[in-house]
Write a protein of this length. Structure first.
Lengths: 225, 225
DNA sequence: CAACGGCTTCAACATTTCTTCAATATCATA
DNA sequence: TATGATATTGAAGAAATGTTGAAGCCGTTG
């Protein structure tokens, strides 16, 4: 999962970032409104953890930006203000959850997962796509009831593909999603071929269809059959 | 077990805290409503020992907070007020038990254990998972009827794993749960490896299966077979 | 104060995953 | 169809992470 943390308080920001990174997510962060919007205009995230009190304006602007551009990122507000008004306002503009500081990182994680699955799936902690079933908690995947073991990159990739099923995903968008800013964009992304190959093989070996359609010159599409 | 003691009378608070700490629990405390709610919004506890008469309001607010946020902590009210109304009210809002001051620590302990097991398991004093049987009262564990001796960390870890069986638990989430806020999150958590190793060995040596599955790059999962 | 148990640190080693690379195949288009 | 660009694949080295035993630390106990 790719997460953006918008939080000006350095310690908290780093804690959150470290935590979610170690959970196996790609985590980026920034500390003001302008950078947040700049990043959002370039990149796509699965989830945004948004502080309301920022040095150059309040976080509601981010929500408005997302709404205006019909984006589907999950937004969880993390705010020091515990006012009901803020909460209502935030949820009204499109936030998915509201958490008052201070909070337990484990709780934040639980909410991220909860909100993500509420948005992506059907209320359980399962993400189901035809014969592919992903247990978000157990981090396991089965194809036709055959369990398959995925590495981090493969798992993240599969999640990303299913979240964007039917859409063409450019190779560099995929790279960006899986590696964050760490990646040298002048790279030729050769390694993606390998990860695609491995994921494909694992799904097919377990009796699944070949969902990964390559789009010549662009990237890949997860066939939404 | 991780316990929060909310009690404004200093002597009693320290007695309880010391007592439960020495019993091998992680025990935190605070002396007013505001701090209690603040702590609860950050951390998760297994059990809350809650005084009703607090300097900045009455403890029922804590219960309301927990109910509102659909939390599952066990709450035992410890109050000087011996009115039936308070008791009924408390239990109605979601408290699990009610104890009138003064009381013996041993009795408090008994109630904590009773309530914890009532909630967690099957009405007995035992938490049973396949061939692993945990006696919450005696703080003993048997595997295939072979008693194994666990240290505090190992015991807490086992409890946490069983409570979250089937879910992947990140290394840092585990650290957070076992060491509370004392831990430096920049630590590499090397010691966890050792505790895992020891717990694993003790279970296997006693003839148990290897339930502790490591999830590369993330953490561990207690296999829910 | 010596012995002990439990917790943590460390370093060597084992395992898993990621990336690179080169050979081969496929595709778009001139 | 010939050509250059892009994709697929397997193998292998590099990097990251996990496992293990031993040793040190530290508070407790006798």
């Amino acid at each position: 999962m790719k997460i953006l943390v918008v939080e000006d308080e350095r310690g908290l920001r780093e804690n959150i970032t470290t935590y979610f990174s170690e959970e196996g997510n790609i985590c980026e962060s920034c500390c003001d409104l302008a950078t947040a919007i700049a990043k959002l205009s370039i990149y796509h995230y699965d989830c945004i953890l948004l502080d309301i009190g920022l040095p150059d304006g309040d976080g509601f602007a981010v929500l408005e930006y997302l709404k205006l551009n019909r984006r589907d990122e999950v937004v969880i507000i993390i705010s020091a203000r515990n006012s009901l008004d803020d909460k209502i306002r935030g949820l009204n503009i499109g936030a998915d959850d509201y958490l008052t500081k201070p909070f337990h990182l484990a709780e934040l994680k639980a909410r991220v997962i909860a909100v993500y699955r509420r948005k992506a799936a059907n209320g359980k902690n399962l993400l189901v796509f035809n014969e592919i079933i992903i247990d978000l908690h157990g981090r396991t995947v089965t194809v036709n009831d055959t369990p398959i073991v995925l590495t981090r990159k493969e798992y993240d990739m599969l999640l990303y593909f299913i979240a964007n099923k039917g859409k063409v995903i450019a190779k560099n968008a995929l790279a960006e999603h899986l590696w964050g800013d760490e990646i040298d964009m002048h790279n030729n992304f050769d390694f993606i071929y390998t990860h695609i190959k491995n994921l494909r093989k694992k799904i097919i070996d377990a009796g699944g269809k070949d969902y990964l359609e390559s789009v010549y010159g662009i990237g890949y599409k997860f066939k939404a059959i």
